[in-house]
Design a protein around this ligand. Structure first.
Ligand code: C2O
Ligand code: CU
Ligand code: CU
Length: 514
């Protein structure tokens, strides 16, 4: 499809990056751009009050690098999956067909659903089999996702493409007249970084450091597109940002330093838009942003390095361990078309967020994240010795310098339920990070509200609903959540670090709502 843009202005931008030398490597003209792929939309087929969806997990081949093919995993396609669209209040039934030659699971990240349809590591779908899940969409509109949650293999399967976006609509958000035409002015951006071998295959874990820091890559994929370009046709564009990287935190900003409005966090709309010039999202975090292109000028969406003095920057010996969110990366070139159609203004009020107060909590639970490190640790990866279900043992590549990924001193064990939450209770979870790098802590079942980080209230764009929270090295985060619905004493939900290599190597636990 031909892309019309103002060539003169486009070229003016070359080398004119407002952020200086860090961006010279992204000079226009060096890279052939590819039109941003938009994942197909999958809407339900309504039969007698149930919306039916079919997802087929399959292996495929993708072309990311010229002349090379990359073996990948996709859902209803070769890489990633369709954007699944649900409406609040509807009953949905999803048939998940696993045509891979390995086990998988399909987890609904951020969705408030019963534990037995949540798609955690216990809900394996064997190769060549199908699993039907049915649930009611109870929550507010927002941007969510689905991905593999296979025990010890989540990182590898997601890296190869086993993920997709979920959009939930409700009447409140539809009434707002936000940009909402999918693929036109409402644009999913599934952002990932990847690394390749010279034969075109993905280079997943190849050394011990990859487990320690999580796997970082030098090539950005947006919706599976390398060097993507997008040409708005409207003055205002809503981007649904999903950090679907295994480990990297993106620090989104435009190279001309234009501001944007954050209108939604992980769990849906904020109370009102928050104007920012940069936004850090850790793995699995989402944000919806509105960007004004009425000036017609092209702009590059970038990821800036995390500032060295940021509380989220790595500490101690981790500081010298490259790569850790220290790269500047090109994410998306945006080149508006010449006659933009005029969008409606950004509404002043978006949603009403009823903030829970700490006084409402029935109890406080404590979690400590740690990464004890040492030389000559015991060998791991021998799954037959001891519990077959042990959550560790992924890594024969731990080498002679080991590390462990623990929550409250323990590594994930499928045979152990770590916490039991009485249904209906409101709890404060206090997460302390005893390690030298940031961990994005996520839990299933619902959406929480961040109370504070070391006693300091979160920034305005984090005052809405969240299901993942960044916990900086040495700090303690408190969040509050009401655990409503779906009592089940026998089926667990997960809480874990969403750096997938940490999750796969033990930094995960199980809880019930009962
Ligand atoms: Cu995004 Cu337990 O997962
Ligand atoms: Cu999840
Ligand atoms: Cu972690």
């Amino acid at each position: 499809m031909p892309v019309r843009f103002k060539r003169r202005k486009f070229i003016q931008l070359v080398g004119a990056g407002a952020f200086g030398s860090a961006f010279s490597q992204f000079a226009f003209g060096q890279t052939p751009y590819n039109e941003l792929k938009i994942p197909p939309l999958l809407v339900g087929e309504n039969t007698t009050g149930v919306e039916k969806y079919a997802l087929k997990v399959q292996s495929g081949e993708s072309r990311f690098l010229s002349g090379l093919t990359t073996p990948t995993i996709g859902v209803n396609g070769n890489y990633l999956g369709p954007t699944v669209r649900f409406a609040q209040g509807s009953n949905v039934a999803v048939n998940i067909d696993n045509s891979l030659d390995e086990v998988t699971t399909l987890h609904w990240h951020g969705l408030h659903v019963p534990a037995n349809v949540d798609g955690g590591p216990a809900q394996e779908i064997a190769s060549g089999t199908q699993r039907q899940v049915a649930f009611n969409i109870m929550q507010k509109a927002g941007t969510f996702w689905y991905h593999s949650h296979r025990l010890n293999k989540t990182g590898e399967q997601v890296y190869h493409g086993m993920a997709g976006m979920v959009i939930i609509d409700d009447q409140e958000s539809s009434a707002l007249e936000l940009p909402a035409t999918y693929g036109v002015d409402d644009i999913p951006l599934i952002v990932q970084d990847r690394r390749f071998n010279s034969d075109g295959t993905f280079r997943y874990i190849s050394m011990h450091r990859d487990v320690m820091t999580g796997v970082f890559g030098d090539t950005v994929l947006v919706n599976g597109t390398v060097s993507p370009i997008f040409s708005p046709t409207t003055t205002l564009v809503r981007f649904r940002l999903l950090n679907a990287a295994n480990a990297r935190t993106f620090n989104f900003a435009f190279d001309d330093q234009r501001s944007f409005h954050v209108i939604a966090s992980d769990g849906g709309l904020l109370g009102q838009g928050v104007k920012l010039r940069n936004l850090e999202l850790a793995p699995s975090e989402r944000a919806e942003i509105l960007v004004d292109f009425s000036d017609g000028e092209p702009a590059n969406l970038l990821s800036l390095p995390i500032a060295a003095n940021s509380p989220f920057a790595p500490q101690g010996m981790m500081r010298n361990m490259h790569p850790l969110d220290t790269d500047a990366m090109q994410i998306l070139a945006v080149v508006p078309q010449s006659d933009l159609s005029r969008s409606t203004d950004i509404p002043a009020a978006l949603s009403e967020i009823h903030r829970l107060s700490p006084q409402q909590a029935d109890r406080v639970r404590d979690f400590v994240l740690s990464m004890p490190m040492g030389m000559g640790m015991r060998m791991r990866g021998n799954q037959s010795a001891g519990s077959r279900n042990s959550g560790r043992g992924r890594s024969g590549m731990m080498g002679n310098m080991g590390s462990e990924f623990l929550i409250n001193g323990r590594a994930m064990d499928m045979a152990r339920i770590d916490e039991r939450v009485p249904v209906g209770s409101t709890e404060i979870w206090r997460i302390r990070n005893d390690s030298m790098m940031t961990h994005p802590f996520h839990l299933h079942h619902g959406q929480f509200q961040i109370l504070d980080r070391d006693g300091i209230a979160p920034a305005a764009h984090e005052l809405g609903y969240k299901d993942t929270v960044r916990v900086a090295p040495g700090s303690t985060v408190r969040f509050i959540m009401k655990f409503e619905n779906f009592p089940d004493a026998n089926t667990t939900y997960m809480y874990h670090c969403h750096i997938l290599e940490h999750e796969d190597n033990g930094m995960m636990g199980q809880f019930t709502v009962e």
